[in-house]
Design a binder for this molecule. Sequence first.
Ligand code: ZN
Length: 218
Amino acid sequence: MKIIFFGPQGSGKGTQVELLAKKFNIPAISPGVIYRQEITKKTKLGKIAAKYLNKGELAPSDLTNEIMKNRLKKIDCKKGFILDGYPRDLTQAQCLDKITKIDLAIEIILSNKECLKRFSGRQNCICGTVYHIKFNPPKKKGICDKCGKSLFIREDEGLEAIKKRLQIYSQKTKPLLKEYQERGILIKINGNQSIKEVEKEIGDKLKVYFNNPLKRGK
Ligand SMILES: [Zn+2]
């Protein structure tokens, strides 16, 4: 069960990745989360990554490829994994192809306008959990349900930074989706629904996908 998850910033991708990881009991792996943990720990890697991420830019591909290669070697990835935020472009995808064979790609589709609207109100935790004041609030205001730490708003989630990310997504990631569609391993999900409805659509389509190989990619 090796899955890649795609979706623009604000599409609710992070939440769905988490739900699916729990359901299949496999790790969710995001270079963004790894980088932010390194930044908080003020490691050498964190200092390099901070230069890019705080401006809303992506860390250099070479660095990300190396990090993912090491991460996917770990024992918890044996049963499978869900990738979130990787690969972002064709060169990263080629690198991933050399590391392992992907079974499935899931794309959450949401318009830029809707993404920007949803973005105001996002709160993050250092453990990687993402909340939204309206769509997905924590049980206790400002506190992470999972680890009890204080929530914060990421520096790279200002409006301009997000617009830049959405632009990069259109330019670099969309050609990649086409590639996975041609391989017949892409499932498309309507992101303009509630978290529960998106979760259900993913579950339903996964059942069809794994039961009817001939319908794959449709
Ligand atoms: Zn937390």
